[in-house]
Each structure stands twice: as structure tokens, then as C-alpha cells.
Design a protein around this ligand. Structure first.
Ligand code: SF4
Length: 310
């Protein structure tokens, strides 16, 4: 079957010759947008576990126990023998450099680990932290994942991101000087955003020297500010069809070489408030692929038109 987007699993398989599985790690590093450093509220969709994106956090376990359990799970579930240590929850560059170096080293010390992925805020990196990540890149594939969510400052303010778009631009510019791959996190369906605004985020990203994106639709989880807004009638989530059409329009605008790391969210069933369809990850992916085929389209289809028109 024709691959209509540049998917992450195929990219890893090509690089390493076999399936590579990400192992999620919660290093308990906290976030300045939750602890008062920037704000005490957090992003409006972020729950107390600091995931904000469906992270399966494993509280109370050492890094070693999380990696070892994750490897065992990936072996059983997928027969995987190679892994990426993924610092997923909270802000994983939010600590002094020596602490970070030690945390990353501990996670990478297991047999079969071939990569390091670090999720963080664009306003929480500097030369020192990127230099630390870069020291691992001679031996491991290293990705840094920056939460952007939208290219509109108005939206970033509405969701209380605590940084502006410029912070992302600066972080990407600085990261480009190192041997580190860059992924941007985007959410479709944020409060106040029209489909046109979401597609502007795709055009914005297409112009950035990044290597991949993660996209999902906004969903509401328990205990978040977004839940309160939703219950008060101030917000509704995208319908599944609406999301899929917008997502495909978004993919069409991205450069063909961007690695697509995620196209759906993966909320925990016991934490989700709405929409129920967000739980059907497999069905959602099947529908996305079906619509790509029906529309006879693919990632990057409109990218060349867009760049040619400038
Ligand atoms: S930056 Fe991440 S961890 Fe921090 S409040 Fe936002 S979603 Fe939560």
C-alpha cells in the first residue's frame, strides 16, 4: 500500500533495520508553567501528571525501573529489540545541566537503546542544555520535541502556554546548530482557532528548519482548566470527520521530508471527558488513511504549490 505520509515507524525501521519502540519516561522534572516559575496554572489542557498529550506516566518508579519495564513490555507486545528512551512528561530540560546529563545517561545505559527523545518547552533550552544532548548524538539518535501547539500568539495566550511563538523560533534556530533532530508538537482544535488558522501553523512549520511533527486533536481530560471551560459551555471539541479533513489539509502543506511522529492523541480512558472518539486510536488512524486514499492526496501535495507561489 502506498504510504501517503512519512511515518515515524518506517523512518526508524529504515535507520535501524528493524522495529524501534519508544519507552516513555517520567523523570518528575516539573514544569515552570505549573510551579509558578512562569505561571501556576499550566496549559489549560494539562493535567496534574504534566502530560498534556496523553502521556502514559509511571509515577514513583526509578528511571531504571521505568526503562526496564518498558523494554519488557515492548518485547512482549511488539517483539521489539531496539528502543528509544523518551523523556515525555513535563519539561525534560528543566533542571541543572549535571542533573540532566545523569538522568539521560541512566536511561541510555540499557542494552538495545538506540536513541534519546526529550520533550520540552521551547523557552527551557539554552546552549548548555543542547550541548549536553549533543554529546549523546555520536552514539544515539537524538530528538528534541518542542511544544508549540499553534503559530498564533493569541491562541498561545488563550491556552496559557506561557511563551510566545518567538520562543519556538529562537529554540529551533539554536538547536539547528547541533546534531539534534527537532520535532514540533501541534494541537488542532484549540479554543478560538478556525481551520484557516490551523493551516497557517502548517505553513509556519514548513518554513522552519525542523525534521518532524506530532499532531493531535484537542481533547478534554479530568481536572484540567479546559474541563471547567468545557463544562461551563465555553468550548467544544472538533468532530472526528472535521479533525480528519483538517489534518489532511495540514499534512498536504508540510514538506514531504518531515517525519510524522503522531496523527492522533492517545488519552487514558479513565481520564477522558470528551470527545469519546479520541479513544479509538486504531479506528482513527484507519479513517485517516482511508480519507487520504479517497482524496487521492498525500503529505506535501500542496507544499510545492505553496513554496512556488512565494
Ligand atoms: S508545558 Fe507541558 S507540562 Fe507544562 S503546563 Fe504545558 S502541557 Fe503541562
Amino acid at each position: 500500500m502506498l504510504n501517503r505520509y512519512n511515518d515515524y515507524n518506517s523512518y526508524l525501521k529504515k535507520l535501524f533495520g528493524q522495529r524501534v519502540q519508544k519507552i516513555s519516561i517520567d523523570a518528575g522534572l516539573g514544569c515552570p508553567n505549573r510551579d509558578g516559575g512562569i505561571s501556576g496554572r499550566g496549559c489549560i489542557y494539562c493535567d496534574s501528571k504534566g502530560s498534556g498529550s496523553g502521556a502514559k506516566v509511571i509515577n514513583g518508579k526509578s528511571i531504571e525501573a521505568q526503562v526496564s519495564d518498558g523494554i519488557e513490555w515492548a518485547k512482549k507486545r511488539y517483539g521489539a529489540e531496539k528502543y528509544i528512551a523518551y523523556f515525555q512528561s513535563y519539561t525534560n530540560t528543566y533542571a541543572p545541566g549535571d542533573v540532566l546529563r545523569e538522568l539521560y545517561s541512566r536511561a541510555l545505559s540499557f542494552d538495545g537503546i538506540v536513541g534519546l527523545a526529550v520533550g520540552t518547552r521551547p523557552d527551557c533550552v539554552d546552549h548548555e542544555r543542547l550541548d549536553i544532548l549533543d554529546t549523546f548524538s555520536s552514539k544515539y539518535l537524538v530528538w528534541v520535541e518542542y511544544g508549540l501547539q499553534s503559530c498564533h500568539n493569541k491562541t498561545l495566550e488563550a491556552i496559557n502556554r506561557g511563551h510566545k511563538v518567538d520562543a519556538f523560533i529562537d529554540a529551533v534556530k539554536l538547536t539547528s546548530k547541533f546534531d539534534i533532530k527537532i520535532c514540533a508538537h501541534v494541537i488542532l482544535g484549540l479554543p478560538g482557532e478556525t481551520p484557516g488558522m490551523m493551516l497557517e501553523t502548517a505553513r509556519f512549520l514548513a518554513d522552519q528548519p525542523i525534521h518532524g511533527v506530532k499532531i493531535h486533536s484537542l481533547y478534554v481530560t479530568k481536572g484540567t482548566e479546559l474541563e471547567r471551560i468545557y463544562l461551563a459551555g465555553g468550548f467544544s471539541c472538533m468532530e472526528r470527520d472535521e479533525y480528519i479533513e483538517c489534518l489532511i489539509d495540514f499534512l498536504e502543506l508540510l514538506p514531504p521530508h518531515f517525519i510524522i511522529q503522531r496523527l492522533t492523541g492517545d488519552p487514558a480512558a479513565n481520564e477522558l471527558v470528551t470527545p469519546a472518539w479520541a479513544l479509538e486510536k486504531r479506528a482513527n488512524l484507519d479513517l485517516i488513511n482511508k480519507r487520504l486514499r479517497e482524496r487521492e492526496t498525500w503529505q506535501g501535495r500542496e507544499y510545492s504549490n505553496y513554496t512556488a507561489g512565494r
